[in-house]
Design a protein around this ligand. Structure first.
Ligand SMILES: [Zn+2]
Length: 327
């Protein structure tokens, strides 16, 4: 799942305006990354109270020069200065990053005086260790500083440098990202939720996307990977039989149930789960999936039951969509 630079990025950059944005305005270089990041941010921050260890979230999604193919890197250095530090790929509207005026296309030079630039050799070493290692190392450095409270960010924008003081918002520690891949998949990888562009193509609207993000976030909140590891359940292709399949199945049921609650909490339509499960299971369900995932009928029954519980309980929270612009 190697990300490639979409042609619209360069087109967007050509029309890049340097004018300061009104506080709270969201911005992006690629619309589909923004869509996934903004729903993820909304679901994660509204779920803060459910997470055993909430984390400071900024609402800025980063990209790194080493994330891209070598052929695209020279253009990104020239247009965005991406050799100076991690770049801002999108800023969710009404997030802490938007409120201090950060914008897609900015480059982060330092946090609390600590430089965020990696040498090309260091980036290459980290990415060799694991895919996207360079970006993840920088994200970890930022997270460490944001855990201390409001942080000073040194920012580069179109050749001009300035500082902002960012006060993060607490949420479930989940960064939701989009990977460019023809394989429809959603997974949690090292605390990050990764969805593929192919899966995005199967989703009818933001309510359905919120259910998918909620399902993956539920696996993180409920510590399913750790719990299955503690029980010694081997996971992966052709390994989930018998009692192990039963255990994995139960985690999927738990995730389905909590997913609806998380989507509902964030102001989305939990009822979107029913057409979503129908479509995905009709398209992708096969013998291997049947062993560990609830059947269509079971998933639908569970969804109807959870929706009834939600409707009988607290009032649906209000949500206001923030302003947005493309850079
Ligand atoms: Zn799952």
């Amino acid at each position: 799942m190697r990300p490639v630079l979409a042609a619209p990025v360069l087109a967007a950059i050509a029309f890049w305006l340097v004018a300061a944005a009104p506080a709270g305005t969201g911005s992006y270089l690629r619309a589909d990354d923004y869509r996934v990041a903004s729903i993820g941010f909304r679901v994660a921050t509204r779920a803060a109270a459910l997470c055993p260890e909430p984390a400071p979230l900024s609402g800025a999604q980063l990209h790194h020069l080493a994330d891209y193919e070598p052929k695209d890197q020279a253009g990104l250095v020239e247009d965005l200065g991406l050799d100076r530090g991690p770049g801002v790929l999108s800023v969710v509207g009404d997030s802490p990053a938007a409120e201090v005026g950060l914008s897609a296309g900015d480059v982060l030079l330092a946090i609390n005086g600590l430089p965020l630039q990696l040498s090309p050799a260091e980036s290459a070493r980290l990415n060799k260790e694991r895919p996207r290692g360079a970006r993840e190392a920088i994200e970890a450095r930022l997270l460490e500083q944001l855990r201390l409270g409001p942080a000073d960010l040194h920012v580069l924008r179109a050749g001009r440098e300035f500082k902002v003081r960012l006060a993060p918002r607490l949420g479930c520690p989940a960064n939701v990202r989009l990977a460019r891949s023809p394989e429809a998949r959603a997974a949690t990888v090292r605390g990050q939720i990764v969805l593929t562009t192919a899966l995005l193509g199967d989703v009818a609207d933001d309510d359905e996307l919120a259910i998918i993000i909620g399902h993956e976030l539920a696996h993180l909140v409920l510590r399913h990977a750790e719990r299955l590891d503690e029980q010694g359940v081997p996971r992966g292709l052709l390994r989930e039989f018998g009692v192990n399949a039963e255990r994995v199945y139960r985690t999927e049921e738990e995730a389905d149930r909590l997913a609806l609650r998380l989507a509902w909490n964030a102001g989305y339509d939990a009822g979107a789960a029913i057409p979503l499960w129908r479509r995905l299971l009709a398209k992708y369900d096969g013998p291997s999936l049947f062993r560990t995932h609830p059947s269509l009928r079971a998933r639908e029954r569970l969804a109807r039951q959870t929706i009834a519980e939600l409707q009988a309980g607290s009032k649906r929270p209000e949500f206001r969509e923030g302003p947005l612009r493309q850079r």
